[in-house]
Design a protein around this ligand. Structure first.
Ligand SMILES: Cc1ncc(C[n+]2csc(CCOP(=O)(O)OP(=O)(O)O)c2C)c(N)n1
Ligand SMILES: [Mg+2]
Length: 379
């Protein structure tokens, strides 16, 4: 079942071959563990591929917008596309997502419109959150995705609590909570794991171990052999999965989601991956990690690994890849143009949504604000 040991918390669950060097011989299997293949339909495989490519192309364009000064902040997930996309495809409509930093794309797979998603980067009048949230901390009520918290950790107890609420109410919903390797050092991680284990909450807790918490390596977060092994201490199954292998992730997450839905309790998944780019648009990783290290992981690119499988299955070729890229880039540029054309949030929205009956001092402040012309935008 796993590549190096029979203990799923210590091995590495994989489907796809890791090494991209050299072409496969004619007919050679791009999978190192075909027995772990979740046997997804061709439609699902093609949709997963398109979504992974879409996030990659979107991140590239948004990082350029940030460098042009058109947005304040963006966090790309380059190299980590497999975990959010695989998870999204393992969920049902009624399930809930409590993301950490790198799972915004799940919303897009579950049908959240790209324009509304981008409006949460710009924080303008198209933004359902009226520009009040931290930029790029997306959320979407219609896809059951809660905003991630800039403060690391709280989403995990929230995910467990929501799972308990579903259990108590008899709802057929599973929650998925995400955490980074760094945030496992936060007390919230331990509260969530313990509570989920004790009360058998119908949830899946996923740690994206991308080896770094900004400039702090994952070796400084734990003395455990792996992150997955921590599941044992809380009395739940754990599995360490190749986080750059979308098929392995789908198999592992689907098994965990099905277990939770069947009333068999929580699962903890460690997705072993790597952040190819900067922590966020505010970070320069060249000051704390080597180019050689990044190069090792570039050679395990999750999209290229999946694409090799797709080509082997005859589901993608050069023409299809070019057609897909062209269509995705057109869609992204159109959405960006729409969002950039929108005005900032109206000034009176500052006073909305807190009180049913606005107190006198806020009415006074609003009157005073609206009596003056807005200052010209510096942008
Ligand atoms: C409680 C808390 N401490 C520190 C920070 C500053 N901070 C923001 S992101 C980050 C690193 C997070 O690393 P990890 O959990 O591994 O997630 P990754 O960014 O690697 O996906 C840190 C330390 C914070 N936001 N909240
Ligand atoms: Mg990390």
């Amino acid at each position: 079942m796993v590549s190096s040991t029979d203990d799923p918390t210590l091995g590495l669950f994989q489907v796809l071959r890791e090494d991209l060097a050299g072409d496969l011989a004619e007919g050679e299997d791009p999978r190192s563990f075909p027995e772990n293949d979740p046997d997804l339909s061709e439609d699902t495989l093609q949709a997963m591929y398109r979504h992974m490519l879409r996030v990659r192309l979107l991140d590239e364009r948004m990082m350029m917008r940030q460098r042009q000064g058109r947005i304040g902040f963006y966090g790309a997930i380059t190299g980590q596309e497999a975990t959010p996309i695989a998870t999204a495809f393992a969920l049902r409509e009624q399930d809930w997502v409590f993301p950490a930093l790198r799972e915004n794309a799940i919303m897009l797979v579950r049908g959240f419109p790209l324009t509304k998603w981008l409006a949460q980067v710009y924080g303008n009048s198209l933004d359902v959150l009226k520009g009040r949230q931290m930029p790029s901390h997306m959320s979407g009520r219609e896809v059951n995705q809660v905003a991630w918290s800039s403060c690391l950790g709280p989403q995990l107890p929230q995910a467990v609590g929501a799972a308990m609420a579903a259990k108590i109410k008899g709802h057929d919903a599973v929650t998925v909570g995400f955490i980074g390797d760094g945030a496992t050092s936060e007390p919230d991680f331990h509260c969530a794991m313990n509570f989920a284990g004790v009360y058998q909450a119908p949830c899946v807790l996923i740690c994206q171990n991308n080896h770094w918490a900004i400039s702090v390596p994952s070796s400084k977060q734990t003395r455990s052999a792996t992150f997955a092994v921590k599941a044992k201490g809380y009395g739940m199954p754990g599995i360490r999965v190749d986080g750059n292998d979308v098929l392995a992730l789908h198999a592992a997450v689907q098994t965990a989601v099905d277990r939770a839905r069947a009333g068999e309790g929580p699962t903890f998944i460690e997705a072993v991956t790597y952040r190819i780019g900067a922590h966020s648009s505010s970070d320069d990783p060249t000051v704390y990690r080597s180019d050689e290290e990044v190069e090792v992981w570039r050679k395990k690119d999750p999209i290229q690994r999946f694409e090799r499988y797709m080509r082997h299955r005859g589901l993608v070729d050069d023409a299809e890849r070019a057609r897909l890229e062209e269509a995705i880039v057109a869609e992204i540029l159109e959405a960006i143009t729409t969002v950039e054309a929108a005005a900032p949030p109206a000034r009176e929205t500052l006073f909305e949504d807190v009180y049913g009956d606005r107190p006198w001092h806020l009415r006074e402040q609003e009157d005073e604000l609206l009596a003056h012309e807005p200052a010209p935008s510096p942008h």
